[in-house]
Write a protein that binds this ligand. Sequence first.
Ligand code: O2Y
Ligand code: MN
Length: 610
Amino acid sequence: MQNKSIPLEADALGAPYPVIHRRLLHWVEEVAALCQPQQIYWCDGSPAEYERLMAAMTASGAAIRLKQKSNSVLFRSHPGDVARIEDRTFISTHHRDDAGPTNNWIAPDELKRTMTGLYRGCMAGRTLYVIPFSMGPIGSPLAKIGVEITDSAYVVCNMHIMTRVGRGVIEALGADGEFVPCLHSVGAPLRPGAADIVWPCAPLEQKYISHFPEENLIWSYGSGYGGNALLGKKCFALRIASAMARREGWLAEHMLILRLISPTGKHYHIAGAFPSACGKTNLAMIQPTLPGWRAECIGDDIAWTHIGPDGRLYAINPEAGFFGVAPGTSVRSNPMAMATLRANTIFTNCALTDDGDVWWEGMSPAPAHLIDWQGRAWHPGDARPAAHPNARFTVPAVQCPVISPDWEKPEGVPLDIFIFGGRRASVMPLVIEAFDWDHGVFLAATASSETTAANVGAVGNLRRDPFAMRPFCGYNMADYFGHWLAMGDRLGDRAPRIFYVNWFRKSAAGKWLWPGYGENSRVLAWMCDRLEGRVGAQTTPIGRLPEPTDLDLNGLALPTENLHELLRVDANEWQAELSDIERHFTCFGARLPERLRQQVINLATRLNTV
Ligand code: O2Y
Ligand code: MN
């Protein structure tokens, strides 16, 4: 390595640039003493560093270079390390109630004792990488800094893409700047002379993805995969940041950000929260089919929003790349993502074609022969998928052909609309406009979706996923609802309008009723027109819905019965839904804000008076 690896006994811990931050140096020293790495390496974030690490991983067999895509590689994970592991994810607060009923909890002392035992000597034979990174453009008043320590070069390369890494961050930190310490180990020490395996990790019961929101600290052990290991993403930018945001009066949300441009050139900024693998990346890169409308992508997964000097809510995307689900991504579902992936991409758990490209289910007809995500020969008709259902791509956001010229604006973009949603085959109509902010918070707090492969667990079950934040809220979800209500009070009439969508309703015969993808622009345009008072709506017990004639469906051959079914509110189904919502709220006990209890009563009253 050009950026020389320094043995532990060398002074100043071997940083290749000046580090004057005593607390940071002390922390690195402390972790090194505990984890006992062979060497310490400070990342500079340069392309040369990325290339050196990739070359080493290619030589070791961990990475496979793709012949058909420039500077792109394929990794295959351990078959037991393929997704986020919610059962092993912990919010560790002094009082259990501060983590709340939707989070796993272990007391900080106990969790630290257990994990310290695991960390002891865990980096033997490995390199300890120090990754200074910024979430948000370096220097933006809305950005925050983290430092990840990891023993995985795969993590370093992914962090290069997903965050801003390097000496600029250290400079921004200065002597005493705030940073979130993020400690990660794959949990697989190497005995002297032992050969490494391509994807080291620890057994499930030793995996811990731990958050200490009271001290802005992250400890992750045992997994090398995605959100478990790239600690800037779900761990920092959502779980820790949501707790910071509550203390500091802003919002850290699991939301895409997009700019929709009307035929007259007016900009509408939309932030949308959807549970994992519900087409969020597709919507973030939407190609509107409605004539005259255009869209630009600002972010596909996370939004940090602050109230600006004019009283409006401004959003930044704290990430620098996309870590998207590959299966299902195609020229039809997301042509912009396919174009984004042309080069400089890390693929994980995709299938490999004979000519050295990647393939996954839903991309195109299956080739006659592939190597599957576990390295075995695969043929069409084989019972197992060729790519893992949670196979991923990691790619720089700047490569997206429709990335907004303002995606890195330090002050963010002013939000006009919040959209919440989920995947429901029945009950939920295509779109609902909330009556007001409190009703919007209620719609978001009761959001539900059928589960997918993004998390380890059963697929296809219905689960309530409030604000699409169930796996990502770093404190008691009832307090989070209260924080949203309080933000609404501060925003007053400058608050974004709130809508709820369901692109996934099916007919009795099990067929999709709505074509989705670029056609979703018709629903987005209705929302924008509602803001302008240009289009009507019908008032129903569950909110305002478009009348069939309010949606611009020109050029779309949508059967009338589909439209009718998409906008149908079934009183019996909604009585059952109401009971389920009441059950869902019960778990929050006395901490549930009174204003949400009132929303349940309001819904019941409206349903009983139709
Ligand atoms: O983090 C993972 O391992 C996969 S889950 C994921 C990845 C990127 C964006 N969002 C998600 C999610 O689960 O919401
Ligand atoms: Mn996500």
